[in-house]
Ligand binder design. Structure first.
Ligand SMILES: Nc1nc2c(c(=O)[nH]1)N[C@H]1C(S)=C(S)[C@@H](COP(=O)(O)O)O[C@H]1N2
Ligand SMILES: [Mo]
Length: 171
């Protein structure tokens, strides 16, 4: 099934990943296995700079826990409730980029990703968007998605619950 809200990619990519647009995921069976061993990811800033970020780096930023999160899919069921712990995406972006920004792209090397607007990221303060590194009080295993984007407000198809974050672009 086509994504009902297709949006064009602002940048083309080298072709090193999949040929489909990871920010327009279609309904599919979720990948069971991580695309690589390392949980480190690349942060690409609007000024063109890039840096590597580790789960340790995240754990030194303010910590937030969002309880009662569900991973919902009409196609392959619902799991939860989970309490996810991590840094809010708003705190994360604010730490690394203090100027204006409009949207962020969160992409896994397995070809799955989500695009979030600044208002979506900054506006969900009660149940904020997280970069999660722990689940139910335990460190998250790589196989379980470390580092995982958790969008608690999305409760229909899990298309924003990106496992194995490999790159975050601030735009
Ligand atoms: N990187 C990555 N994240 C992903 C997926 C995927 O294939 N790759 N599948 C999504 C889909 S369609 C679902 S239903 C959920 C499944 O999450 P779970 O493995 O924790 O149940 O992960 C989402 N996040
Ligand atoms: Mo899914």
């Amino acid at each position: 099934m086509e994504n009902p809200h297709p949006r064009p990619l602002p940048h083309s990519r080298g072709g090193e990943l999949h040929t489909h647009d990871p920010l327009r995921p279609h309904s599919h069976d979720p990948n069971p296995a991580p695309p690589s061993a390392s949980p480190d990811f690349v942060l690409a800033l609007p000024d063109g700079s890039q840096q590597s970020v580790t789960p340790d780096d995240l754990s030194r930023l303010p910590q937030t826990t969002v309880p009662n999160c569900y991973i919902v899919s009409t196609g392959h069921g619902t799991s939860g409730p989970f309490a996810f712990t991590g840094v809010t995406l708003a705190d994360f972006v604010g730490h690394y980029w203090t100027s204006e920004w409009e949207q962020t792209e969160v992409i896994s090397a397995d070809g799955f990703g989500a695009r979030l607007s600044a208002s979506e990221v900054n506006g969900t303060t009660a149940r904020p968007v997280l970069l999660a590194y722990a689940i139910d009080g335990q460190p998250m295993a790589r196989a379980a998605g470390l580092v995982r984007l958790i969008v608690p407000s999305e409760t229909d198809d899990a298309l924003k619950q990106v496992k194995w974050v490999g790159e975050i672009r601030i735009l």
